[in-house]
Each structure stands twice: as C-alpha cells, then as structure tokens.
Design a binder for this molecule. Structure first.
Ligand SMILES: *Cc1c(COP(=O)(O)O)cnc(C)c1O
Length: 389
C-alpha cells in the first residue's frame, strides 16, 4: 500500500466487535486464561501478546506499527515524550568509555543529555558544527559508537547531510541517530539515506493538534526489541494508551496537514523575503537558501518551519509578536495553529550569549511554525505585524 493509505489503515488491530475507529485499550494489565499461559508469556512474549502496559499495550502497538510504516522502519518503540525517546535511544545503547559525536545546534533538552548527563556516566561527547562534513570526519574515531544530530536544526533550520554523515560514521562502525522532528516523517527518507535510528517527538507534527506529549524510537527490529525495549520497559518511559490513540488519529491526517503547512510556509517566506525591516528570511524552500539543493535531495520540500531576522533586535521582534492577530505567541511547533517564538528570550534563553550568537540566534530572530489556517490570512498577519514594527 502507498503511504497515504497506510496512514489510515496501517497497524490496525480490530477486536471481536469490529470497531471502525481504533480502540483505546486503557488497561494496565492483561488476564491470562491459565497459569500455564501466564508462565509461557513471561518466557517468550509474542508480538500480539501483552503482560503489562509499561512493556506494551495493543493501542500503543498500533501506533508503533503505523509510524514505523510511515517511516519505512522495521520496528518502533513508543515513549512518553520526545525527550524519553532521545534519552532512551542514547542511553540504551551506550556504556562508560564509549565516544559519541554530536552536532552542537540542538534542542535544549537534547543538549542537556549529551553535554551533562552522558559525560556523568563516562561517555565522552565531541561536538561539531553539524553542517560541516569535514568536522564530522575529523571527530569520528574508531571507538565512536554513535553520532547524533537534528536533521534540521532549531531554530535556524540548518540541514545536516544525513547521507554524508552516515558514510563517515559507518566507515568507523558508528550508529547514526537522527532527531528528525523538523523534517517531519512526511518528508523523511532518513533510513534509506543512512540513518540507523530515527527519533521523533510525536508532540509536534504527529499529534499536530497540540494535545499530548509523546515520542518514538524507530530502527531495525533487532535494535528496537533487543536494545531499546529492555531499557524502556524497565525504566518507565513508555507511552500511555490514551496518548497512543490520540497520535493514531494524528497520523491519519499528518500527510494532508504537513503538505498544506509547507505550502503556506513557502508563501509566507516568499512574501517576507526582501522586505524592508527583514534582514534575513531563513527557509530552505526558498531558492536563495544556501542549502536549497541539499533540502531538495534530502526532503524534497522545505517543511513547515521558517525563521525571520528583524532589523531592530529584541524591540522590533517584540513589536512584531505583539502585533500578530492570528498567529499565537508560544514555544511549541508542528501544531495546526500557527505559532511565533522569540528563541533568544524563551527556548534558547539559557544559552550563553556567545553560543547563541555563534548559532545565529540573534535578538531579532523570530521562529514561525506554520499551521493550517488560510495562507492569505497568515500572510496578511505577518505583513501587518511587520508594518507595526
Ligand atoms: C520538541 C522536541 C524534542 C522533545 O520533545 P518532547 O515531546 O517535548 O519531549 C526533541 N527534539 C526536538 C528537535 C524537538 O523539537
């Protein structure tokens, strides 16, 4: 079946009632027909057999199978949040003495895991500029166990060349772990491009309607069942069945939503590009973007996020935000509702000013997560706010 069909039907398991919409199995435990059956399940738990919701649950399993089909991965493990997925993927496979190479431009909580938590347990982490393949080549060593990066960075939308980094990492036997949130599963071909493990915060485009926290780790059946599952099921970061049900509904419409959001993002970027007062429009879908060719090769489309840099720093950025009438001020992304963020004072406030500057996060930078509203309203909103600046 083609992707759009799988998004609606993939992974569905119907009970004896034949319910049309996926059932929420809001149960912690499962009753066995006999003591022998209970014993057997603890010896070898089959794919459609369950013991306890921290280990697995039918609704969660439907979500895992559907998102694995969308990504083209053999298997997946659903987690309580995107950060439980990032932490679970890394910690389940690493041990003291291992070496990891990571891109420096990371979501704040990802940076905390790589910079603060992993070194506390004896894992050495080297940070590189993710867009510079030469830096990856210089940093990856024979004892490097894993490389980690966000395929499109937050908030400056810099792409990391998945195939290029994978070639370098695989030559030394290191696994490639990709946080693929900004690229979205709709525009991802990460596994074919060389990623071994793909991680999503399902909180973003997979829910797409701002309701639940969730995450997923995708990879080979061996990696998911033998490395990730034992760690996740014993440490407690598993997804709730209710969350899985909400996300199953989200996946049904993700392709329609993300493609519409991407069309609108291009319209907004085009409308703002070159306007007085806007020093920079960062959108990989614009032909003038320095990584436009890489974006076409890796994703095919520019995605749902863009950033603009306003002349006039923080004061201009705040005037812009406060003049918006449709687009909401928030720090989330991937929602059906359009959202504007001022990274320097919110999501990236804790970074040292020099690091913020080196990452291109200026005082005038605004990140836009484009929603599914009418694009004409969105363009009018940003142009109106720019006039107020
Ligand atoms: C939001 C986000 C996360 C964390 O996801 P949560 O669901 O909030 O835990 C990780 N990486 C990236 C790139 C994100 O945008």
């Amino acid at each position: 079946m083609k992707k759009r069909t799988q998004l609606v039907h993939g992974g569905t398991k119907r009970s004896q009632w034949g319910e049309l919409s996926e059932a929420i199995f809001l149960t912690q435990g499962f009753a066995y027909d006999s003591a022998e059956q209970a014993e057997g399940r603890f010896i070898d738990c089959g794919p459609d057999e369950y013991i306890y919701a921290r280990y697995g649950n039918p609704t969660v399993r439907m979500f895992e199978e559907r998102i694995a089909l969308l990504e083209g991965a053999e298997d997946g493990f659903a987690t309580a949040s995107g950060m439980a997925a990032v932490n679970g993927a890394l910690v389940s496979m690493l041990k003291a003495g291992d070496h990891v190479v990571s891109a420096r431009a990371l979501f704040g909580s990802c940076l905390y895991i790589l910079e603060t938590i992993l070194p506390r347990f004896g894992v050495e982490v080297t940070f590189v500029d993710g867009a510079d393949l030469e830096q990856w080549r210089a940093a990856v060593r024979p004892d490097t166990r894993a490389v980690f990066f966000e395929s499109m960075s937050n908030p400056t939308l810099e792409l990391v060349d998945i195939a290029g980094v994978a070639q370098i990492a695989h030559a030394q036997g290191a696994l490639v772990l990709v946080d693929n949130v900004f690229s979205t599963p709709v525009y991802s071909d990460a596994i074919a491009q060389g990623a071994d493990v793909v991680i999503y915060s399902a909180t973003k485009h997979i829910d797409g309607q701002g309701r639940v926290l969730g995450g997923v780790i995708l990879g080979t059946r061996d990696f998911i069942r033998k490395t990730v599952e034992p760690y996740m099921k014993h440490t407690g970061g598993s997804m709730s069945p209710f969350t899985a049900w909400v996300l199953l509904k989200g996946i049904e419409t993700i392709d329609l939503r993300v493609r519409a959001q991407t069309e609108s993002a291009l319209q907004i970027a085009t409308a703002l590009d070159g306007r007085p007062g806007v020093t920079r429009v960062i959108y990989p879908g614009l032909q003038g973007h320095p990584q436009h060719a890489l974006m076409l090769r890796q994703m095919g489309k520019g995605g749902t996020m863009l950033a603009i840099d306003l002349d006039g720093g923080k004061a201009a950025a705040f005037r812009f935000l406060n003049a918006l009438e449709v687009i909401l001020i928030s720090n989330n992304l991937g929602d059906a509702k359009s959202i504007a963020t001022h990274p320097a004072t919110t999501t990236h406030q804790r970074l040292a000013p020099e690091l913020r500057a080196s990452l291109g996060i200026t005082e005038g930078l605004i990140r836009l997560s484009v929603g599914i509203e009418d694009p004409e309203d969105l363009v009018a909103d940003v142009l109106g706010a720019l006039a107020a600046v």
